[in-house]
Design a protein around this ligand. Structure first.
Ligand code: SF4
Length: 219
């Protein structure tokens, strides 16, 4: 880790700025935690035995004729017979069963895009939990992706309707403890900023070029 970090900072000096204002031990802690994740990676995979076809690949597709969805794949493996394996690295711990579906939502999203653009349903969707050195493999099928596509379109319609009604309600959860918008949130007695009126009348679902839908931020 240390030599690679030194090389990166030499090549991209602005990287060092991520530790501005941090404790003096910040970089050391960062490298230590990253080394732990790397150990988790080597515990579950031998990188000398695989050659990823793509990394950090931007993929996109139009579903329901006009809704553009897109996302970045961490890694795509392609077997000699053409089978696809989508791999997503997670730096957090492996989720309990109740949260697995949420984690898989993102991978099904990628599977749908690949199926629509390359005509192949990925054989494996793999979540690789680096901290716990755990692998979760899932095999989707075409029927499931058709249902998933309907879910994505319904979700977008719901967002579209909420936008038209200017109705975005807070949804308090344990995540509020980490939220930096508490001062604007009604749950905490705050007042949201004015709704951006120019966007209220737009019909983004029907303008694929201006309404990309991407899965949730990487965790
Ligand atoms: S505090 Fe943040 S996370 Fe919690 S409900 Fe409000 S906006 Fe959502």
């Amino acid at each position: 880790m240390a030599p690679q970090w030194d090389r990166l900072v030499t090549e991209q000096p602005d990287l060092a700025a991520i530790f501005e204002g941090a404790e003096p031990a910040g970089p050391v802690e960062f490298l230590r935690s990253a080394a732990g994740l790397l150990e988790g990676y080597f515990a579950v995979e031998d990188p000398t035995r695989l050659e990823p076809a793509e990394r950090e690949s931007l993929i996109s597709a139009v579903v329901d004729e006009e809704l553009l969805i897109r996302g970045y794949l961490d890694r795509l493996d392609v077997a000699p017979d053409g089978a696809l394996r989508v791999v997503d690295y997670k730096t957090g711990g492996a989720p309990r069963e109740a949260f697995e579906a949420r984690a898989l939502f993102q991978l099904k999203f990628y599977a749908l895009v690949l199926w629509r653009t390359r005509g192949v349903v990925p054989r494996v969707l793999r979540l690789l939990y680096l901290r716990d050195a755990e692998v979760l493999d899932y095999t989707p099928d075409a029927d499931e992706l058709v249902r998933f596509e309907r879910t994505v379109v319904a979700l977008w319609r719901a967002i579209e309707q909420a936008t038209a009604r200017q109705d975005f309600r807070p949804r308090p959860s344990r995540l509020c403890d980490w939220c930096s918008h508490q001062a604007l949130c009604p749950t905490f007695g705050g007042t949201p900023p004015p709704f951006p009126v120019a966007l209220a009348g737009a019909d983004p679902l029907r303008d694929a070029r201006s309404a990309p839908v991407t899965p949730g931020a990487d965790e």
